[in-house]
Design a protein around this ligand. Structure first.
Ligand SMILES: NC(=O)C1=CN([C@@H]2O[C@H](COP(=O)(O)OP(=O)(O)OC[C@H]3O[C@@H](n4cnc5c(N)ncnc54)[C@H](O)[C@@H]3O)[C@@H](O)[C@H]2O)C=CC1
Ligand SMILES: O=C(O)[C@H]1O[C@H](OP(=O)(O)OP(=O)(O)OC[C@H]2O[C@@H](n3ccc(=O)[nH]c3=O)[C@H](O)[C@@H]2O)[C@H](O)[C@@H](O)[C@@H]1O
Length: 434
C-alpha cells in the first residue's frame, strides 16, 4: 500500500521505517526541512537502536522517501498516519494540539477523497470525534505504545494493536496495513474513538502510577528505615503486581509520561472528573528530584555551594540521547543554581545536554568526570556505570561520596571501597555509620 507518515520525529521516523519494512511504499512528511534532508540521506537525527539500518535500507531501495510537501503527500497516499507532536502547553498542563490540527487541515486540503486519515499522536479524549466532525474525510485513530530504545521491535512486534474506527472499511484498511503484524498473532482491540484515545492515556497513566507508587513507598522507607529495593523485589514476585516499572529512585521523565499524565488530568477535569490521583502521581514524581538534591546537600555537609559535583547520566533513561524532561539534568541544573560546580558525563546524550544546559560542565570520559569530584551522583542507569570499579574511582575523586539516584549500584561494594554511599529509599549501609 502507499502510506504517508506526517511528522517524522521519534514516533514518525520509526513508524515510517517500520511500515517500509512491512512492505509498504512510504512517504514521510515533516515541516522541518533539515529533518527531511537528513532522513532522506539515510541519517537519523537521534539515537535509536536498529533504526538507522532500517532507514538506510529502505531509502536506498526507494521504498521510503521524505518530503515537506503536503501536495505530494496527498497525491501519493492511500492512508496517512499523523505522528506530529502533542507537547504540554506553556500556560497549563493541557496538550497543545496545534501540530495535530495543522496536519489534519493540510491533509484534508490535499488528500484523495477516499484516503484514510489515521491519527497516531497521543491526544486528549474527544479529539478524533472533533476532527471527524470538522473534515469531510474518513478518520481513524491508532495509538502507539512503543518505548524509546526499543522503538523498532515494539513497532514490528507490539504487545497489542488498537484501532479506533467508525466504519468496517476503516478497520479493513488498518487490518491490511498491519497484516504481517496481525498474522504473527498480535492481539487486536477495535473500539470507538473515545475508548481508543483513553487506552493510550490510561496506559501511560498506569505506568506513571506504578513508578510513583514505588517512589511513595521509598518515601515511607526513608521515614521508617526500610529498603525500597528489597521491598520492590518482594512485591514483584506476586504475578498480579509483576517486577516491571517498580524501580524506585529519581522518578520518571522523558517526552511522554510527564506531559501525558498532566494532559490527562487536565482533560478529565474538563469532563468533570477530578482525577486527583494523577496530580499526586506527578507530585510524588517531582518530590523525588527534591530528595536527590537534598541527599546531595547532606553529602556535602549541608550546602553544595562551591562543591565539585559529578553527574553520571543526562538522558531521561539509558540507551538514548533524548534529554526531554530529564530528571538527571533537572537535578544537575538545580545544583548548579545552588552554586555547585557540576560536570556531567553521558555516553550518548552529552551533545544534546550541552545545547540545552550550556552552563553545566561536560566530560568526555567517566574517568575525567570523576577526577577531583567532591560528590558523585548516579542519575541515569547506563549499564557501564554499574561496571565502574569503586576502588579505582576512589583514587580519582577528591572525596569518595556518592548518591545512587537510580538504585542500580551495589551499595556494599561501594561502601567496602570506602565510599559514603546514599540512595533514596534505602538505609545508610551497615558498617558505614553516619
Ligand atoms: N516518542 C515516543 O516514544 C512516543 C511518542 N508518542 C506520541 O507521538 C507523538 C509524536 O511524538 P514524538 O515523535 O516524540 O514528537 P517529535 O516532536 O519528536 O516529532 C514531531 C514531528 O512532527 C513535525 N511536525 C510538527 N508539525 C507538523 C506539521 N504540521 N506537518 C508536518 N510535520 C510536523 C515536527 O517537525 C517533528 O519532526 C506525540 O503525541 C507523542 O505523545 C507515542 C508513543 C511513543
Ligand atoms: O507514550 C509514549 O511516548 C511512551 O512512554 C513510555 O515510554 P518512554 O517514555 O520511552 O520510557 P519508559 O521506559 O516508560 O521510561 C519513562 C521514565 O520512567 C522511568 N522509570 C521507568 C521504570 C521504572 O521502574 N522506574 C522509572 O523511574 C525511566 O527512567 C524514564 O525516565 C511508555 O513506556 C511507552 O509505552 C509509551 O509509548
Amino acid at each position: 500500500m502507499r502510506l504517508t507518515v506526517i511528522g517524522t520525529g521519534y514516533l514518525g521516523a520509526t513508524h515510517a521505517a517500520c511500515m517500509a519494512e512491512l512492505g509498504h511504499e512510504v512517504l514521510g512528511v515533516d515541516a522541518d526541512p533539515e529533518k527531511v534532508a537528513a532522513l532522506g540521506a539515510g541519517r537519523v537525527p537521534f539515537h535509536e537502536p536498529g533504526l538507522p539500518e532500517l532507514i538506510a535500507r529502505h531509502t536506498a531501495s526507494g521504498r521510503l522517501r521524505f518530503t515537506s510537501s503536503f501536495a505530494e503527500a496527498g497525491a501519493f497516499g492511500e492512508v496517512h498516519f499523523v505522528c506530529v507532536g502533542t507537547p504540554q502547553r506553556a500556560d497549563s498542563g493541557a496538550a497543545d494540539l496545534s501540530q495535530v490540527d495543522a496536519a489534519f487541515a493540510a491533509l484534508a486540503a490535499h488528500a484523495a477523497p477516499d484516503a484514510l486519515l489515521v491519527g497516531k499522536s497521543t491526544v486528549p479524549v474527544g479529539t478524533a470525534e472533533r476532527l471527524a466532525r470538522t473534515y469531510d474525510a474518513e478518520i481513524a485513530w491508532n495509538p502507539e505504545f512503543l518505548r524509546e530504545g526499543f522503538a523498532v521491535q515494539d513497532t514490528l512486534r507490539p504487545d497489542r494493536l488498537v484501532f479506533g474506527v467508525a466504519s468496517p472499511r476503516a478497520e479493513a484498511v488498518l487490518r491490511a496495513v498491519y497484516a504481517p503484524v496481525l498474522a504473527a498473532g498480535t492481539p487486536l482491540v477495535t473500539a470507538d474513538f473515545p475508548t481508543t484515545e483513553l487506552v493510550k492515556t490510561a496506559a501511560n497513566a498506569f505506568l506513571a502510577t506504578k513508578i510513583s507508587f514505588i517512589n511513595a513507598m521509598a518515601e515511607v522507607c526513608e521515614a521508617a528505615g526500610g529498603d525500597v529495593r528489597t521491598l520492590a523485589e518482594a512485591l514483584g514476585h506476586d504475578d498480579r503486581i509483576g517486577p516491571e516499572f517498580l524501580r524506585a529512585g529519581l522518578g520518571f521523565g522523558g517526552g511522554c509520561l510527564p506531559k501525558d499524565i498532566r494532559a490527562f488530568a487536565h482533560r478529565a477535569g474538563e469532563l468533570g472528573v477530578p482525577l486527583r490521583l494523577l496530580r499526586e502521581v506527578d507530585a510524588i514524581n517531582m518530590r523525588r528530584r527534591d530528595r536527590v538534591v537534598e541527599l546531595a546537600r547532606e553529602q556535602c555537609g549541608g550546602a553544595v555551594l562551591g562543591a565539585r559535583i559529578t553527574v553520571l547520566g543526562a538522558a531521561f533513561k539509558p540507551g538514548l540521547d533524548d534529554i526531554r524532561d530529564s530528571p538527571a539534568l533537572a537535578v544537575a541544573a538545580r545544583l548548579r543554581l545552588e552554586g555547585a560546580d557540576v560536570t556531567v558525563y553521558d555516553p550518548q546524550a552529552a551533545d544534546n545536554a550541552r545545547k540545552a544546559f550550556p552552563l553545566l560542565g561536560y566530560a568526555g570520559t567517566v574517568e575525567d568526570a570523576l577526577r577531583g569530584a567532591d560528590l558523585v551522583l548516579h542519575l541515569t542507569e547506563w549499564p557501564q556505570f554499574r561496571e565502574i570499579d569503586p576502588e579505582r574511582a576512589a583514587t580519582l575523586v577528591a572525596r569518595p561520596r556518592i548518591v545512587d539516584g537510580r538504585g542500580g549500584l551495589d551499595a556494599d561494594r561501594w561502601t567496602a571501597a570506602g565510599w559514603r554511599f546514599r540512595a533514596p529509599g534505602r538505609p545508610v549501609p551497615a558498617g558505614e555509620g553516619q
